[in-house]
Design a protein around this ligand. Structure first.
Ligand code: C2E
Ligand code: MG
Ligand code: MG
Length: 760
């Protein structure tokens, strides 16, 4: 086709050249060969020109084609809408992004009607113009479903066609779908509108709820205070320096401010604790109000000082109510000072503080000596007045930071800061005693009243404040409460008593559990070596087999009422066992039991013994009751009376451990005893000590003269036994003859002694 056009042009050019030369020949009459040569040259030149022009045109067309192809590729590779126009605003091509956005196919868009649908109907031309004029203006195109799509366009000339008579060109419009951006923008506007409203509401509610805000940023040195807080505190500035802020705290609450500052430096990152603290601050009305500050510390990263911020609430009214309630719950009616509950509360708080900062305190417990007598003799009203005055003295003597309370009855307690002076409690207590004497003397008809005290140091031990107060009260209990004792807590004494208490409850359990058993030790007739009796000796055999001797638990039992039960058990069991052996056919012998002062003085011994004998069926003559010399001498008249009654039952009475007490032989004459038991301490040195021998034989002689039999205990050697026999001692007991034995072993011993085994 191109070649065909070129040929035509060549023929036309050749025809022009031929015509030119024909005219030239006619006009100038040029010779024919010259004309032919000229014509040939002209024809060659014309043909070359035509060929050159054709080649150039071809090249240009190809360039445009490639350019067009590149534009098309580019259009389809970009993430934006693209339209390629010709100079007459006719779509040449649209990309898929555009068709996807507006929902029309490219074929749809070639139809001008659809284009009108897409672009704003009332402003078709200006909009089109807008697209090409590079006006970065947003305008809406209408998608197929009718939805408006906000777009912005940028147009540039991308290809110029120089082949045509009039230069033609192509335009490429790149469009962006702004729907998302517009939505975000709208949302943002709505959000900021909402935010403004909610901030307004927030500020309003803050104002209504009277909550102030306090903030200190890590970078800044001052506190920011909200409008509400400014109103509450009567401050006209938005910021306040730490120094000025601290100065507004109540002097007693300044340490809370310091603690706040401390929290700021000590809070570790990741700690999201919400702290809450209460303090008094100078307020708008120039009085101290109570405030609650709920705050959070944000230590941030690598920051020395943290952000701190939170809400401040005026809690004065609630606090006043609390104070009233506290007064009702924590104030003692009679003295108007704090009561035990409050003392415990403050004490525990102080104790916890002491554990953290190691700042120790003294705990003093005071008791008015003979208060019940004062109450009885001077009247209830005077008693109350005395308590009231004592309360005042306690308050008066409190040092700064100390605390005092009436902890019950006539007991008062004080918590005193330890200044390092170990004599402080005694000095203070003595001052209190002096004041009490002075004050009480004024209204109690010059009757001087004293008080006793127990005290301890918080650091003396104890896991909580209750234990510490217990220590002080324990010390006070060590006094007899009559003459102004001042006793410091002694851990060792307390532990001993506590161990005794523990042993006591263990012992009670042992008795119920059958862990207490009787062993029997033989008593021998020194003249013929026959078995005349046995002493029942108690043993505590624990479930693990450990045997505990009586001197380790009898004193504990004696200090409680437990001994009464133990003694009843021993009495009953010894009688029962003895009767059993007699019933088995063993020759009847005496069983001795030991009684303590508690049994002897506090119970009706006669009835108890009578009961045991009746219940077991043992004849009274086979029971011997051993009483110690010191027991008998405690209240000799009562002892004689009791002993007589026991004796009347037909029971024997022995004086145990003779020689360990007053050892006065004159008592022997008045006490209705049948047997005198010489203590082991006399027997031990009999062989080597002349004086012991003389004492022993003198005692035996005197006893004999009073018709009292004698028995020696603790005989361990044959030498001791012989000396005693020579001295006229009737009976003997000791390891030499036989140790205390359990029932089965003693039965074997009995069988051996009487030459027959009744069981065999
Ligand atoms: P006691 O009544 O003077 O008992 C004699 C103690 O001397 C027994 O100690 C006995 O084992 C020990 N003894 C006997 N012969 C010898 C000896 O040759 N050498 C040595 N070194 N010791 C000897 P035990 O059984 O430990 O009893 C100690 C004390 O406990 C008794 O002294 C008695 O006062 C008390 N006791 C024992 N059983 C009872 C009981 O059932 N009730 C009460 N209230 N007290 C008891
Ligand atoms: Mg005894
Ligand atoms: Mg004895």
């Amino acid at each position: 086709m191109i070649m065909h056009k070129t040929e035509k042009k060549i023929i036309v050019a050749a025809a022009y050249v031929a015509a030119f030369f024909t005219v030239l020949n006619i006009a100038l009459r040029i010779p024919a060969y010259t004309l032919v040569i000229m014509m040939s040259f002209a024809a060659v030149a014309a043909i070359s020109a035509v060929i050159l022009i054709s080649v150039m045109l071809n090249y240009e067309r190809e360039r445009i084609y490639r350019e067009r192809e590149n534009i098309s590729k580019m259009m389809h590779s970009i993430n934006a809408m693209a339209i390629l126009w010709d100079a007459d605003f006719k779509f040449i091509e649209v990309n898929s992004e555009l068709t996807k956005t507006i929902g029309y196919t490219s074929e749809d868009l070639y139809n001008i009607k659809n284009l009108e649908k897409v672009l704003p109907a009332d402003a078709f031309a200006p909009s089109l113009q807008a697209i090409v004029n590079n006006r970065d203006e947003e305008f809406y195109v209408t998608a197929k479903g009718g939805a408006k799509v906000c777009t912005v366009w940028n147009t540039s000339i991308v290809s110029v066609n120089t082949i045509r008579k009039h230069k033609s060109y192509l335009m490429l419009s790149i469009g962006l779908d702004l729907s998302e951006t517009v939505k975000m923008k709208e949302d943002l506007i709505q959000y900021s509108k909402n935010l403004a409203e909610s901030e307004k509401r927030y500020m309003f509610s803050m104002e209504l709820s009277e909550i102030g805000l306090l903030l200190k940023e890590s970078g800044g040195s001052n506190y920011h205070i909200s409008e509400q807080l400014q109103k509450m505190l009567g401050i006209n500035t938005e910021t306040i320096s730490p120094g000025v802020f601290r100065a507004r705290f109540h002097p007693e609450d300044v340490m809370i401010y310091d603690a706040l500052e401390g929290t700021m430096t000590n809070t570790r990152s990741g700690d999201h604790t919400i702290h809450c603290t209460e303090f008094r601050m100078l307020s708008a009305d120039n009085t101290y109000h109570w405030y609650q500050f709920r705050y959070k510390v944000n230590p941030g990263q690598n920051r020395v000082i943290a952000d701190i911020g939170g809400a401040v609430l005026d809690i004065t009214r609630e606090k006043e109510k609390d104070i009233l309630i506290e007064k009702m719950a924590y104030i003692d009616d009679v003295t108007q000072i704090y009561n035990r509950n409050k003392f415990m509360q403050v004490g525990q708080e102080t104790f916890e503080c002491y554990k953290e900062v190691n700042q120790t305190y003294w705990v003093i417990v005071l008791d008015i000596d003979n208060f019940h007598i004062i109450n009885d003799t001077c009247g209830y009203l005077n008693g109350n007045k005395l308590l009231n005055e004592f309360g005042k003295i306690v308050e008066e003597m409190l040092s700064k930071g100390g605390f005092g309370a009436r902890i019950g009855g006539d007991n008062f307690a004080m918590l005193i800061h330890d200044t390092g002076d170990e004599t402080l409690p005694v000095t203070l207590i003595k001052k209190i005693q002096a004041r009490l004497q002075e004050v009480s003397g004024e209204f109690l008809m010059h009757q001087a009243v004293t008080c006793s005290a127990g005290y301890c140091k918080m650091s003396d031990g104890g896991d909580n404040f209750a234990a510490i107060l217990d220590h002080a009260e324990f010390s006070l209990s060590m006094s007899d409460g009559t003459k102004g004792d001042i006793i410091r807590y002694d851990n060792k004494v307390h532990e001993k008593i506590l161990a005794g208490n523990a042993l006591e409850s263990e012992l009670a359990h042992a008795l119920e559990n059958g862990e207490l058993v009787l062993y029997y030790q033989p008593k021998i007739n020194l003249a013929d070596g026959s078995l005349i009796g046995m002493e029942a000796l108690i043993r505590w055999i624990k479930p693990d087999g450990t045997i505990i001797p009586p001197n380790q638990f009898i004193p504990v039992a004696e200090s409680s009422l437990l001994i009464t039960d133990i003694s009843k058990f021993v009495l009953h069991e010894a009688c029962r066992q003895n009767k059993e052996w007699q019933d088995k056919g063993y020759p009847p012998i005496t069983v001795s039991i030991n009684l303590t002062a508690v049994d002897f003085y506090q119970t009706d011994v006669k009835e108890v013994i009578q009961g045991a004998l009746t219940e077991t069926g043992l004849d009274p003559q086979w029971l011997d009751v051993e009483l110690t010399e010191s027991l008998a001498l405690k209240d000799i008249d009562h002892a004689i009376q009791q002993m007589k009654e026991i004796k009347e039952l037909g029971v024997k009475l022995s004086m145990d451990d003779f020689g360990t007490g007053y050892s006065s032989l004159s008592y022997i004459q008045v006490l209705p005893i049948t047997l005198l038991k010489l203590d082991r301490s006399f027997i031990m040195y009999l062989e080597e000590d002349e004086i012991s021998r003389e004492i022993v034989s003198a005692v035996i002689r005197i006893a004999k003269s009073k018709k009292i039999e004698t028995i020696a205990e603790g005989i361990e050697t044959v030498g001791q036994a012989e000396i005693l026999k020579e001295s006229g001692c009737d009976h003997a007991q000791g390891y030499f003859f036989g140790r205390p034995m359990p029932v089965d072993k003693f039965e074997e011993f009995m069988a051996m002694k009487c030459g027959t085994n009744v069981n065999a």
